[in-house]
Design a protein around this ligand. Structure first.
Ligand code: APR
Length: 170
């Protein structure tokens, strides 16, 4: 298994699947979702409209359209409400479901943004712990013969990158 953290604009990555931090209506938005929709083009919003929506803690997959990535996985993280409203489980679900969609599609590489840590207000230092633990556990559970996945945590700011690097350190 390969797990890494980098600082980049996720829309520039040539991976099989780029994950966006979507809302439950899959209506597009600002932040990473806005960037992904702009880079993929209007066909992405059409594909989202056809799907209709996605419950919090789950994800949906569409083609990548104008992106270098073959697919976009629209993951819906929770809005932070103080931590007592099931936020960690919902955040973990968004990561797990995204990996399951990638495997079902036959993909091998995926890049995640720091889901829920922007507009949705999830404290980054807590979200990073959930993200890394969830992905690690999932990769261990689905080890060979299903094949290894290549997972990139793509950060927009140096503070978030430092949190991932600390969490990923052996
Ligand atoms: N590449 C990588 N990461 C990015 C990019 C980008 N181009 N743009 C923003 N980010 C980072 C932010 O810095 C933040 O760390 O993505 C992380 C998630 O922030 P948001 O995009 O605000 O996502 P989230 O907190 O999950 O809120 C989702 O915002 O845009 C709406 O439609 C979206 O309603 C949904 C909500």
């Amino acid at each position: 298994m390969a797990l890494r953290a980098i600082r980049a604009d996720i829309t520039t990555l040539a991976v099989d699947a780029v994950v966006t931090a979507a809302n439950a209506g899959l209506r597009g938005g600002g932040g990473v979702d806005g960037a992904v929709h702009r880079a993929a083009g209007p066909a992405l919003l059409e594909a989202c409209r056809a799907i209709g929506g996605c419950p919090t803690g789950e994800a949906r997959i569409t083609p990548g359209f104008g992106l270098a990535a073959r697919w976009v996985i629209h993951a819906v993280g929770p809005v932070w409400q103080g931590g007592g409203a099931g936020e960690p489980d919902l955040l973990a679900g968004a990561y797990r479901h995204s990996l399951a969609l990638l495997r079902d599609a036959g993909g091998h590489s995926i890049a995640f943004p720091a889901i829920s840590t922007g507009v949705y207000g999830y404290p980054p230092e807590r979200a990073v712990v959930v993200a890394v633990a969830t992905v690690r556990a999932d990769l261990v559970a689905h080890a060979a013969p299903l094949g290894d996945l290549d997972v990139t945590f793509c950060c927009f700011d140096p503070t978030t990158l430092a949190l991932y690097q600390k969490e990923l350190a052996p």
